[in-house]
Design a protein around this ligand. Structure first.
Ligand code: NAD
Ligand code: MLT
Length: 311
């Protein structure tokens, strides 16, 4: 009997292959290369991806043997889950694997922006000793507005509470009582925009959330607000953010995710008060190991025809 073929379409932790074990033929390909993906996908029983591989209706139509799409991470916006379900292909992810890493990265970006750490680092290395130019702002006793009080939003809220921040959140799908237990006050979006000194975005990318912070919303923010987006590119409209930063309405931003990825060019990169990272929220040893092991287990179960439990 030939072994089922498992395609690893993006760089995953070595623990993934170990956890898959000896029962599969493992192949590797660059899933971000469309032609390469479409050439190999008809031959595979399972595909393991991160965020760069688009498993859309076209890819699924070509995937005549495919039984499972395994997303080694949280966001499923690069998978057409409806088309997969219609085609009888199971979609699994690893929703707990990287949430601590993503929360810590968002807070890292917030501190980096609030204290001008990257700009001051570049300045000192360039031979300057400028203390007053890089005067920052404390988090203590400021109001943080969390957009999306899900797994990551909650971790961020808890950690920023420990910094002495007043935490408010916008999430119409969370019960106010549950938020209150964590010391978080749920508010409508316009109230959050008007009250928050700092805003951090932890939403999934859906038709409803895309551009949730656009031109109209950025016109309502408290002047001098700092904004962090370590969720998905486009939740904060990049052009509207650029304009608001240029006008000084937004004093700084920390951005991990972009509408187009990968990218090495953006008007945002010209601004010293913008701190950027190349989608690193989940890029820790711990998160990658957990994600790889979790999806490998799910793939084993799915290809054995067994029930895949919720993570
Ligand atoms: P989650 O599903 O636990 O939480 C998302 C929250 O958003 C939920 O509470 C939901 O009610 C809320 N929400 C949904 N639609 C909304 C809307 N229209 N308005 C307000 N709130 C809304 O997900 P999570 O684990 O917290 O992850 C959030 C997102 O972070 C993921 O979908 C993923 O895109 C992103 N992420 C990024 C990285 C990274 O590397 N930068 C890593 C992990 C996750
Ligand atoms: C996620 O949704 O899990 C993140 O984007 C991280 C990743 O792509 O691995």
């Amino acid at each position: 009997m030939p072994k089922p073929v498992v395609l690893i379409a993006e760089e995953l932790s070595p623990a993934t292959v170990e956890a898959l074990g000896p029962d599969f033929e493992i192949r590797h390909a660059n899933g971000a290369d469309r032609a390469e993906l479409l050439a190999v996908i008809p031959e595979v029983d399972a595909i393991l991806i991160r965020s760069a591989t688009k498993v859309d209706a076209e890819a699924l139509a070509a995937a005549t043997r495919l039984k499972v799409v395994a997303r080694a991470g949280v966001g499923l916006d690069n998978v057409d889950v409806k088309a997969a379900t219609q085609a009888g292909v199971m979609v699994v992810n690893a929703p707990l694997s990287n949430v601590v890493s993503a929360a810590e990265h968002a807070i890292g970006l917030l501190l980096a922006v609030a204290r001008n750490i990257p700009a001051a680092n570049s300045s000192l290395r360039a031979g300057e000793w400028k203390r007053s130019k890089y005067t920052g702002t404390e988090l203590y006793e400021k109001t943080i507005g969390v957009l999306g009080l899900g797994r990551i939003g909650v971790l961020v809220a808890q950690r920023l509470s420990a910094f002495g921040m007043n935490v408010i959140a916008y999430d119409p799908y969370v019960q106010p009582g549950r938020a209150a237990q964590m010391g978080v006050r749920l508010v409508p979006l316009p109230e959050l925009l008007a009250a928050a000194d700092m805003i951090t975005v932890h939403l999934p990318k859906t038709p409803e959330t895309l551009g949730l912070l656009g031109e109209a919303e950025l016109a309502l923010v408290k002047p001098g607000v700092l904004i962090v987006n370590a969720a998905r590119g486009g939740l904060v409209d990049e052009h509207a953010l650029y304009v608001a930063l240029k006008e000084g309405r937004v004093a700084g931003a920390g951005i991990d995710v972009f509408v187009t990825e990968p990218t090495t060019e953006s008007p945002l990169f010209e601004l010293e008060n913008v701190v950027v990272t190349p989608h690193l929220g989940a890029s820790t040893e711990e998160a990658q190991e957990k994600a790889g092991i979790a999806v490998a287990r799910s793939v084993r179960l799915a290809l054995a025809g067994e029930l895949v439990p919720d993570a």
